[in-house]
Design a protein around this ligand. Structure first.
Ligand SMILES: C=C(O[C@@H]1C=C(C(=O)O)C=C[C@H]1O)C(=O)O
Length: 165
């Protein structure tokens, strides 16, 4: 997972790291859609993801509410990045991606793999969940210091469900 500095004692560290990776993958999603004129929002795909998350949580014998909430936050965060990058690329054509990755064959399979890994980490931390949030003790600053403002904001959105306020 490359160089992200998260304390080894933090049980939510791997989950946070996966959420950051999903946020960063949104750049590829945005490039795929920008290059083909596709809409950012895909409610059908979102519902498929949430339905699969609920089904897999039930299959694993976990409550499905927190996982669904966590994935809703991941989807919101992805759209923060995609909307931000679309605006950036419209304003600055020189910053547009050089390549248009294929959403179905290249990008979504990576998202699907992260979904499985995130569900695994949610399962691994199930004993630590609280009624309203999954209280984390890791340092957000350590994860996001190298990111630009847009991606920092998106990470904050993605981690709201596990960030103790
Ligand atoms: C990431 C995508 O874009 C949006 C965000 C989604 C997500 O984060 O999983 C799903 C559907 C889209 O509304 C995508 O289309 O795959």
């Amino acid at each position: 997972m490359g160089g992200l500095a998260i304390g080894p004692v933090d049980p939510f560290g791997p989950l946070a790291e996966l959420a950051v990776r999903r946020v960063m993958l949104s750049d590829l999603v945005a490039a795929a859609k920008f290059g083909t004129g596709q809409q950012i929002d895909d409610p059908v795909r979102e519902q498929q993801i949430l339905d699969a998350v609920v089904a897999e949580s039930v299959r694993r014998g976990m409550p499905s509410g927190p996982p669904a909430g966590f994935f809703r936050a991941q989807i919101e965060a992805s759209k923060v990045v995609q909307n931000g990058l679309f605006k950036r690329w419209e304003r600055h054509p020189d910053q547009r991606p050089a390549r248009t990755p294929d959403l179905a064959t290249e990008v979504r399979p990576q998202l699907d793999l992260l979904t499985e890994q995130i569900l695994g980490q949610l399962h691994a931390t199930v004993e630590l969940w609280r009624p309203t949030m999954l209280c984390g003790i890791w340092r957000l600053d350590d994860i996001v210091h190298s990111l630009d403002e847009l991606h920092r904001h998106a990470v904050a959105v993605s981690l709201r469900p596990i960030f103790a306020s």
